[in-house]
Design a protein around this ligand. Structure first.
Ligand code: APR
Length: 242
């Protein structure tokens, strides 16, 4: 079967084999921290040092990890895909970005970080976003506004995910939707499969084991993403409809 318009959603599970902790596993990020202490606007207002430190630690970790076979397989598929290709990640790491750089150049590699990016910072007054690979100090002066400081460019709980209109339009037009390494615990990403199904898309879930949302997928491929995803992507074909 050939497909034309592909949307892929990834979560922390695709980066797990690179050594980036997931959120809800027994040794996950939320086990060491309360979400309301490090991942809400209220936490940042109450204790900016604790919030900056939480993200500085995760930013430092990024320098020690590399993309894995699942990231690379997605970038290679993008390089040869003839139709529409949108990769939406909930992850704030840069492993998809780096995998894309390592793969052949792809005309249509479209990547959206819907929950923001660890290696970017945002001005608290203007909202301007800039690259920021280093640590953020508690009252880091903003280069964008004299009264601004810099916060992590992360979508916190209670904030709106980024580029939702583009994502929803792509889901409504897709004929194949893949979900890789996400527990489906957080909306709005958890609802993407329903939009794709309503569009008539084939839906496939990749995870270590069935999730609470598995019943909403046509197919589930379970095991480590570095083992399940590459062979599945390798057999995908897209024939551009001319
Ligand atoms: N291969 C495939 N799947 C894996 C692997 C692996 N090697 N390791 C873990 N997983 C799966 C887990 O089984 C789980 O279903 O990845 C999923 C990770 O789930 P979460 O830890 O909940 O992470 P995620 O789904 O990305 O969380 C979504 O919640 O906390 C917020 O903003 C945060 O973006 C995050 C969002």
């Amino acid at each position: 079967m050939t497909h034309r318009n592909l949307v892929i959603l990834t979560g922390a599970g695709i980066s797990a084999e690179s050594g980036v902790p997931t959120f809800r596993a027994s040794d996950g990020l939320w086990m060491g921290h309360r979400i309301e202490d490090v991942a809400t606007p209220e936490a940042f207002a109450r204790d900016p040092a604790q919030v900056q430190d939480f993200y500085n630690q995760r930013r430092r970790l990024l320098a020690t990890v590399v993309p894995n076979a699942a990231h690379i397989a997605l970038a290679e598929l993008a390089a040869r895909w003839q139709g529409e290709f949108l990769l939406v990640t909930q992850n704030v790491d840069d492993l998809h970005d780096r995998a894309h750089v390592e793969a052949p150049p792809a005309a249509g590699f479209d990547l959206i970080h819907m929950h923001g990016e660890l290696l970017k910072a945002r001005c608290t007054v203007s909202g301007s976003v800039s690259d920021w690979p280093g640590a953020l100090a508690t009252d880091q002066p903003s280069p964008h506004h004299p009264r601004g400081t810099l916060r992590p460019h992360i979508v916190w709980f209670g904030e709106i995910p980024l580029q939702m209109e583009r994502i929803e339009a792509a889901l409504e037009a897709c004929d194949l939707f893949l979900s890789v390494g996400t527990s489906g615990a957080v909306w709005s990403a958890a609802g993407f499969v329903e939009i794709a199904r309503a569009a008539g898309a084939q839906t496939v879930e990749f995870d270590l084991a069935p999730t609470s949302g598995s019943h909403r997928f046509d197919l589930g491929l379970y095991g480590p993403a570095t083992r399940t995803l590459p062979p599945f992507l390798a057999q995908l074909n897209s024939d551009a409809i001319v």
